[in-house]
Design a protein around this ligand. Structure first.
Ligand code: SAH
Ligand code: AVI
Length: 326
């Protein structure tokens, strides 16, 4: 069996440079902020996996149900020929599997490429899937989907770019518009985009998913401090920060923060930076936007995509959108 190809768009030096820049800018800003991308080291990816199994985190179960129940329809909606699938922010690439299975069963799965900033996840997925899809070309991309979409593999057949899990909601509105423009630019007419988005619903259901009883989201959120301790020789005491998730109804957004429980001075030795925190001061660590179908389809059209399919689960919690590069 040939070794799967691995393309590295982000090496350790790039990661280190962006970690340093983002941390310096974020911790010297008012209010302080840190990007969500930093949460996903090995421990962060494992915590995210644990989070997806919490009873309150409906996103994974709902989206998995849509993809399991509608995989045949999705495969049929891609036309009749061979398809190369690229999954952005793939993580363990579990939810896309029914679609890959449907294409493979019809002899139409030409290639599969997981694309993720977490190199370990990409390598693990390739090792696992090489045995499952022996007839498909397997390759992986270690990259940042806000910077490296121009590196999408250039298969001549229809390319399906999947972006699942609601990760699109972790962008601000200008970032979402930029991402859609960059993606459209990277695709050819006829290529497809499969987007999983978390839908607006009862705020109590949404907030429970970001405040699970077992405290996994809190630990995932605090993981960014472990990353800074480990990578930048900082001396954060993660237990001195509490996890906060707030619902902003106007922006249909969950706002995640870490709140200092007491005044603190933190030494980020790797940056030569001392950072003071007031008691109660908050560091913004990420957002998770929830969507309405019509608005999201309008955003897709504005970026040059033609929406062509929409599926949701029985409770209408997650939406899966298919759009064609026009
Ligand atoms: N698609 C999976 C995982 C979602 S978690 C699911 O639906 O369950 C978000 C994933 O995006 C993680 O695997 C994380 O490593 C990856 N990620 C986050 N920011 C990224 C970025 N800027 N570029 C590439 N991958 C990123
Ligand atoms: C990856 N992403 C879709 C998650 C979300 O729900 O926004 C990240 C997350 N952060 C805290 N909980 C989950």
């Amino acid at each position: 069996m040939p070794q799967p190809e691995l393309r590295i768009c982000l090496d350790d030096d790039d990661l280190d440079a962006s970690l340093r820049l983002d941390t310096r800018v974020g911790l010297t800003s008012h209010p302080k902020h840190l990007p969500m991308r930093l949460h996903y080291d090995g421990r962060g990816s494992a915590l995210f996996g644990e989070l997806t199994r919490q009873p309150e985190y409906y996103q994974t179960r709902s989206e998995r149900a849509v993809l399991r129940d509608r995989a045949g329809e999705i495969a049929a909606a891609l036309g009749a020929g061979p398809v190369s699938v690229i999954e952005l922010g793939a993580g363990r690439a579990e939810k896309i599997r029914p679609v890959l299975d449907a294409l493979a069963a019809a002899g139409r799965l030409d290639a599969f490429w997981p694309f993720d900033v977490a190199a370990g996840e990409v390598r693990d997925v390739l090792l696992e899937l090489a045995e499952v899809y022996p007839d498909a070309y397997l390759g992986g991309i270690v990259g940042d989907f806000t910077r490296h979409l121009a590196h999408l593999p250039d298969h001549r057949d229809t390319r399906l770019v999947a972006f699942l899990g609601g990760t699109f909601g972790n962008f601000t509105a200008p970032e979402r518009a930029q991402f859609l423009r960059d993606l459209r630019e990277a695709l050819r007419p006829g290529d497809r985009f499969l987007l999983g988005a978390d839908l607006v619903k009862d705020p109590a259901v949404i907030l429970a998913a970001y405040n699970d009883a077992a405290g996994v989201t809190a630990e995932f959120n605090r993981n960014v401090l472990h990353v800074l301790n480990h990578r930048l020789d900082a001396d954060f005491v993660p237990g001195h920060f509490e996890h906060v998730a707030l619902w902003d109804a106007g922006g249909a957004t969950v706002d995640m923060r870490l709140r200092a429980l007491k005044p603190m001075a933190v030494d980020v030795a790797g940056l030569g930076l001392d950072v003071a925190f007031d008691a109660g001061e908050e560091v913004r660590t990420g957002i998770s936007v929830k969507f309405r179908r019509a608005e999201l389809e309008e955003d897709l059209r504005t970026a040059g995509f033609a929406p062509s399919g929409y599926w949701t689960d029985a409770r209408g919690f997650m939406g899966v959108f298919l759009a064609e590069a026009a």
